[in-house]
Write a protein that binds this ligand. Structure first.
Ligand SMILES: C[S@@+](CC[C@H](N)C(=O)[O-])C[C@H]1O[C@@H](n2cnc3c(N)ncnc32)[C@H](O)[C@@H]1O
Length: 265
């Protein structure tokens, strides 16, 4: 195995590795300590060096007063929104992560909650954020409807997610080819499914859904797409940047609430 191959394989496994290790943590509560360590203060590579900058560019100068961060985890993006002058509420079902959010931001508003049943009145927020949480949410249909419901008219839903190409990666995605090089393989693209993935002591279930599943739900919720991006790395080490450029890893979407949800007939 060439050094390049070994290195690429190790790096490639970081974001998404199937785990057969029965002693690995199971789910968000058990993975919380490793997640908090992994995030640190700055966030992991994908956040600090790829997503944070374009996410904040969508926010600056927009006069959002209130924001809901759905699946806020340990609260890093809530803290960043507050620096931008926005009053935030973060919800998350994982108490262990919310505890850390409260420790880091004692005056912040962090509540136990699930995307599928948001405990807020209709039209409560100027901005709703889902920062790499669509992949974690089981009932995405209910969750999208709920995010749209709590947005005020003309409010913004800002989403960062793993691309559906990335989540369709077969056995972690990177596979050696005949020439010895690794290439990213996807399989069963159209089949919605949840799979256990693990990296650096974290083991959680992630959902793969084809892109049309998300787009259909968002369009059906009375939202209009106003911005779409596949952000490139903007900082960090060259090796990681190369890996994140080879595969469509992240997407960023901004949707505007242009109509209230209609009851289904
Ligand atoms: C990949 S982490 C992202 C955390 C944070 N948004 C960030 O970017 O650092 C996914 C988060 O989604 C949360 N989560 C899992 N299921 C959820 C659900 N049904 N509704 C809302 N959040 C959920 C997890 O507890 C976890 O904090």
């Amino acid at each position: 195995m060439s050094a390049e191959y070994a290195n690429a394989r190790r790096r490639a496994m970081e974001p998404c590795e199937r785990s057969e290790d029965a002693s690995a943590p199971l789910g968000w509560a058990e993975s919380a300590a490793a997640w908090i360590t992994d995030m640190g203060e700055e966030g992991d590579y994908g956040r600090a060096c790829v997503l944070d900058r374009p996410m904040l560019e969508r926010i600056h100068g927009r006069r959002f007063a209130t924001a809901l961060d759905v699946g806020c985890g340990e609260g890093r993006f809530c803290r960043m929104l507050q620096v931008a002058g926005i009053s935030t509420v973060g919800i998350d079902p994982t108490e262990e992560l919310l505890g850390q959010a409260r420790r880091r931001d004692p005056k912040g508003d962090y509540r136990i909650g699930r995307a599928e049943a948001l405990e807020f009145p209709d039209r409560s927020f100027d901005l709703v954020v889902s920062y790499l949480t669509f992949i974690d949410i089981g009932d995405i249909e209910r969750a999208v409807a709920e995010m749209a419901r709590v947005l005020r008219p003309r409010g913004t839903l800002l989403i960062a997610n793993l691309t559906s190409f990335a989540t369709a990666g077969a056995d972690g995605g990177w596979q050696p080819h005949a020439d010895g090089r690794l290439r990213f393989c996807i399989d069963h693209y159209l089949d919605e499914r949840a799979e256990w993935v693990s990296w650096r002591g974290i083991r959680v279930k992630n959902w793969h859904r084809p892109l049309c599943r998300y787009m259909t739900l968002l369009l059906g919720a009375g939202l209009t797409l106003t911005h779409f991006d596949e952000p490139a790395p903007n900082s960090g080490d060259a090796d990681s940047a190369d890996r994140y450029r080879r595969v469509p890893w992240f997407l960023l979407m901004e949707w505007e609430k242009t109509a209230d949800q209609q009851p289904r007939v």
